[in-house]
Ligand binder design. Sequence first.
Ligand SMILES: [Zn+2]
Ligand SMILES: [Zn+2]
Length: 556
Amino acid sequence: MKQAGNQTNQKLRIIPLGGLGEIGMNCLVIEYGQDLVLIDCGVQFPDSHWPGMDILVPDFDYVRQKLSNLRAVIVTHGHDDHIGAIPYLLKEKQLDIYATPFPTGLISQKLTEHSDLNEVRFHKIENRKKFKVGPFTFDPIPVQHSIIEALAFAIETPVGTLIHSGDFKHDAHETSQGMIGFEPFEEWGKKGVALLLSDSTNAERPGHTLSEMEIKQSFEQILKRQKSRMIIALFASNIKRVEKLLQLAHEQGKKVAFGGRSMHSYTKLAFEQNSLSIPPETLVLLEHIGQYPDDKVIVLVTGSQAEPQSALLRISEGIHKDFQIRPGDLVVMSSRFIPGNERAITKMIDQLYRAGAEVLYESIHQVHVSGHGQQEELLMMLKATRPKYFIPIHGAYRHLSKHAGLAKESGVQPENIKVIEDGQIVELSKDGLEIGERLELNRGVVVGTSFVEGSPDVFSQRSNLSKTGVVFAVFMRDSKSLKLIAPPSVYPYGLMYFRGENPEHVAQDAEDHLEDIYYDAMHSGELEETLRLEGRRFYKKRASHKPVFIPLVLDV
Ligand SMILES: [Zn+2]
Ligand SMILES: [Zn+2]
């Protein structure tokens, strides 16, 4: 017979499906008994290892096996690396989503781009108003970040309290978002925190993030000295920064126009939800800015990362329909260069200079601060919560590892600190925190708005194709005698030859060579494989790479 007391021996399982050991795609499973919840469900944008693929989403296999037990998705904030994959999970199952209004609005906008989704039920989160999902009680704690309505959670579970930091920083001078202190974390620290899971994005950076107030002062000076039109590139999701710029512009009697689809959609949503105040007679349409003197014109645009199709990239290429750079224009990049995007950004900056603009960016001027806390702030979180166990989250391995070092410094027992990566299950019970099995994860791959399937083999084939090119070779033969009825023909695609080579000569030589090979191997059981290997070998000598080689032997 089962005893009720068994319950306390149950283990809480924590399973990162993304965001640990990599940047982006944050998604964490918390499971106890028959119940599981997800904290965040984000995407990642693929690099050149994923040619032609649009977004990557977490591997939902583990969740898929337990779909009927999935109680809810709990959202910390509205950045895409926290909410972007929700529509893809909604293809599997109807969902209960707990979020504050701003991310709720952003998720709703995303859902309109899909047609094959299950029903969604939104539950509104309010700061510090506890809610219960299955065996878990969540206390939403507001934190500062580069988007409004960012939350951390204290999560009461049958085996103790967890703190999930979300993405956070501490900006003591920024009072516009209400909560500035760590009091709620200290409260929980006093009651006892079993496990802290905390944002590691900036764990390599010493000190404290600059205050957004310093950004405001920088911009105040830049605006005062403004002589020409000014274009400011920033993330549209950074509503508070947009609001500050609008306010500064208003104070100095200037006009602001928005450029870029997400600049319009994020600000519209925030305005409708009363989270963005727009001073009177400040906002104008981009196509009307010609009516104002140059030193009164400010354009806020997306594209600080030189994203394809973004407003600033199109402006830099001279193909934006409502705005062309003129000599003397000033462009301010109010965001950091995200690693991986530097080349595209510097190329864009060059184009802006070529068109006659001046460009200011972070390394020279204080026009951006990060939304993620640096070492001092991470230590504040550790000291406030005083956790027994610690797992660093949200970061590449080096960030997690640095953060673990800070935890040790703050007094967490070294054996109670676990640096884990995606797929590694950890189990928390009254007896302690243990490392469990490790899931093998394959990311979900999306093209357009649809999942596509591909094994690791297929992904490496695609990547090879893009590097080496491909050659088809057609062998037409008599089905009885097996003799070729015409010489073989090769069809190279995407090949590069050594300088001085004539591609037509190479093709002719390849056809002659393959004809010999054909007759040598025509009776062997491995004719096609032999042709394939010989074809590759031939092209290796005459072209830049061994191509993908596909022989087609046709019986006539
Ligand atoms: Zn974030
Ligand atoms: Zn994040």
